[in-house]
Design a protein around this ligand. Structure first.
Ligand code: FAD
Length: 417
C-alpha cells in the first residue's frame, strides 16, 4: 500500500486526487481462516494488525456486523491516561500509553495523539486523600502524575474558577501531563489499513450469529449472516455485545451493558488547553481540534442495548459543567449520542482465554477502553497467537470473579474515562 507522505499529498493535489487507493480491501469471506476476530472496533482491528505484524499470522478475518469503527470506538470522548491505582492496571494502561506515543509513525496514519494533560479536580478532603494516594502509587509504578495546588491548576488550565465562593471549590488537582486525547476514527482506520495491507480480511455487514463447536467442545468456527466460516481460533472483541456473543458458546459473562452518553457544543476558538475531569460533580470536558467542547457523562443507571440513553443524564452533566465553568452557560450544544459499554464488577477488563478451547475474549472496558486500544490489542494478539496470556494481561482473567482476586478500579472508573 502506498505510503502517506507530504510528497504523496503534493503529487495528488497536482492530479486532482485521482490516485489514492482505497484504504482497505473489502474481500468476500473465505470458507476458513486461521483466526477470526468478532468486532471491528479499535481493539479488534488492532489485534488483527499485531497478529499479522508481530506473530506472522495473516490468514485472519475481522467480522463486523455494522461498519468498522461504528461501535464505541467511533463514539467515545477519546481521553487517554494511565493513572490507575493498582499495579496490574498501571502496567496495562501504561503499556498502551507508550504505544500511543509512536502510533502515527507505526501506522503511517495520523491518529492525532495529543498529550495535552489530563487534570482531575479535587473538591474536598476525601478527593484530596484519594488522589494523593493514587499519585504515590502511580509514581512507584513509573506513571507520571503530580499534585497541583489550586493556583497551579489554574495556571495549567486558565478557564478554571478557583475562587473559594464557587459552589464546588477546587482544593487541588492531580495532573497526568502525558495523558490527553487522540482522533478515534483515525485509530480504527489506521489499524484497518495496516491490517488489510498485511492480508487481513475486514468483512463489514457480517454479523456473527453463532459459535460452532467440535465434538470435543473446542471452537470450529462461526455462523454469520453471510454463511458459516471455519476457524480454530476465535477472538471476541464485541464490547457492549460481548455477553450476547459469548452466550452463543454457552458462556455466561460477569458483565452488565449500559448506555453511556456524550455530547459536543458548537465550535469556538481554542479556549480549553487540556482535559479536565471531576468525579465529584460528575462531568468531564476537553476541546476538539475542530473547536467543539467535548463533554461526557456517567453511565445511565439502567441496562440497555439502545444507543440513546436518558435525557436527564446529560442535562445533569451539563448542570455540572456550568457549575464548574459558568462562562460556558451561553454555549449551544450541537449533538449528543450514546454507546453501549460492558461493565465488569471490579471495573477492570477481561483479556483472556476462556473455558472453550480456541475461544478468547477481550471485553469489560466499560467507560474507559479507548485509551487502552494499542496496549490491549498488542497483548491480546500475543494471547491468541501463543495460546497463553502476555505477562501484562495475565491478571485480567475471568477466574478472578470466582477466586476473589479482583482488580478493583471502581473509584478510577466511576465517571472518569
Ligand atoms: C460515550 C462514550 C464515551 C467514552 N469515552 C471514553 C474516553 O474518553 N476514554 C476511553 O478510554 N474510553 C472511552 N469510552 C469507552 C471506549 O469507547 C470503549 O471502551 C472502546 O472504544 C471499546 O473498543 P472496542 O474495540 O472493544 O469496541 P467497539 O468499538 O464497540 O467495537 C466492537 C464491535 O463489535 C461489533 N459487534 C458486536 N456484536 C457483533 C456480532 N455479533 N457480530 C459482528 N460484530 C459484532 C460492534 O458492531 C462493534 O463495532 C467511551 C465510550 C462511550 C460510549
Amino acid at each position: 500500500m502506498r505510503k502517506y507522505s507530504v510528497f504523496a499529498v503534493a503529487r495528488e493535489a497536482l492530479r486532482g486526487h485521482t490516485g489514492w487507493e482505497p484504504q482497505w480491501a473489502s474481500p468476500e469471506p473465505r470458507k476458513e481462516y486461521d483466526v477470526i476476530i468478532i468486532g471491528a472496533g479499535g481493539h479488534g482491528l488492532g489485534t488483527a494488525y499485531y497478529l499479522a505484524k508481530e506473530h506472522g499470522i495473516t490468514n485472519i478475518a475481522v467480522l463486523e456486523k455494522g461498519w468498522l469503527g461504528g461501535g464505541n470506538t467511533g463514539r467515545n470522548t477519546t481521553i487517554i491516561r494511565s493513572n490507575y491505582l493498582y499495579d496490574e492496571s498501571a502496567a496495562l494502561y501504561n503499556h498502551a500509553l507508550k504505544l500511543w506515543d509512536g502510533l502515527s509513525q507505526e501506522l503511517n496514519y495520523n491518529v492525532m495523539f495529543s498529550p495535552r494533560g489530563v487534570m482531575m479536580l479535587a473538591h474536598n478532603i476525601h478527593d484530596m486523600q484519594g488522589f494523593k494516594r493514587t499519585i504515590h502509587a502511580n509514581r512507584l509504578n513509573g506513571v507520571d502524575n503530580e499534585w497541583l495546588t489550586p493556583e497551579q491548576a489554574k495556571e495549567y488550565c486558565p478557564p478554571l474558577d478557583i475562587s473559594r465562593s464557587a459552589r464546588y471549590p477546587i482544593v487541588g488537582a492531580a495532573l497526568q501531563r502525558k495523558g490527553g486525547t487522540a482522533r478515534h476514527d483515525a485509530v480504527a482506520w489506521g489499524y484497518a489499513r495496516g491490517a488489510s495491507d498485511r492480508g487481513v480480511h475486514i468483512i463489514q455487514n457480517c454479523e456473527v450469529t453463532g459459535i460452532r463447536r467440535n465434538p470435543d467442545g473446542s471452537v470450529a468456527g462461526v455462523e454469520t449472516t453471510r454463511g458459516p466460516i471455519n476457524a480454530k481460533k476465535v477472538g471476541v472483541v464485541a464490547a457492549g455485545h460481548t455477553s450476547v456473543v459469548m452466550q452463543m458458546a454457552d458462556i455466561r459473562m460477569p458483565l452488565l451493558s449500559f448506555p453511556l452518553q456524550a455530547m459536543v457544543s458548537e465550535p469556538v476558538k481554542p479556549i480549553f488547553p487540556c482535559v479536565v475531569m471531576s468525579n465529584t460533580v460528575h462531568a468531564y470536558i476537553s476541546q476538539s481540534d475542530k473547536g467543539e467542547l467535548v463533554i461526557g457523562a456517567g453511565t445511565d443507571q439502567y441496562q440497555s442495548y439502545s444507543q440513546t440513553g436518558g435525557l436527564h443524564i446529560i442535562t445533569h452533566t451539563l448542570d455540572a459543567i456550568c457549575e464548574l465553568f459558568p462562562m460556558f452557560t451561553r454555549m449551544k450544544m450541537m449533538r449528543s449520542w450514546g454507546g453501549i459499554v460492558d461493565v465488569t464488577p471490579d471495573r477492570s477488563p477481561i483479556l483472556a482465554k476462556t473455558p472453550v478451547k480456541g475461544l478468547y475474549v477481550n471485553c469489560g472496558w466499560g467507560t474507559g477502553g479507548f485509551k487502552a486500544t494499542p496496549g490491549s490489542a498488542h497483548v491480546f494478539a500475543h494471547t491468541i497467537a501463543r495460546d497463553e496470556p502476555h505477562p501484562i494481561n495475565a491478571p485480567f482473567t475471568m477466574e478472578r470473579f470466582r477466586t476473589g482476586r479482583l482488580i478493583d478500579e471502581a473509584a478510577a472508573a466511576a465517571v472518569a474515562h
